[in-house]
Design a protein around this ligand. Structure first.
Ligand SMILES: [Zn+2]
Ligand SMILES: [Zn+2]
Length: 107
């Protein structure tokens, strides 16, 4: 019974062609030309386009967020480094001559 139904299934884009595969996304029947393998699943060209468009768009948004985060984080790291070096440089002259700087670092 199922073989008869498959024989009559036709491609949605090409009515005269026999359907070779079914789109795993929209469930419509298509010929071999109209389906694409997307990560091991057969999808039609329109579903493939919509899926890949979402995929391309998402990293772009993340890239902007990442870029803003990176610049903010980079500035914070730079500020902290300058602050930390300033603290170390300020603490060295007095304790270095007294010989206590080595004790501070556990020597
Ligand atoms: Zn589809
Ligand atoms: Zn087709």
């Amino acid at each position: 019974m199922s073989t008869i139904a498959q024989q009559h299934a036709q491609c949605l884009n090409h009515p005269r062609r026999e359907a070779a595969a079914r789109c795993t996304s929209c469930g419509q029947s298509y010929c071999r030309e109209c389906v694409t393998n997307l990560e091991g699943r057969m999808v039609c060209s329109s579903c493939y386009r919509s899926k890949t468009e979402v995929k391309v768009k998402a990293p772009r948004d993340w890239f902007v967020i990442f870029a803003v985060f990176q610049s903010t984080f980079g500035f914070a790291v730079l500020w902290f480094t300058v602050w930390f070096i300033g603290r170390v440089l300020l603490s060295i002259p007095s304790s270095y001559h007294e010989g206590t700087i080595w004790e501070r670092f556990g020597f």
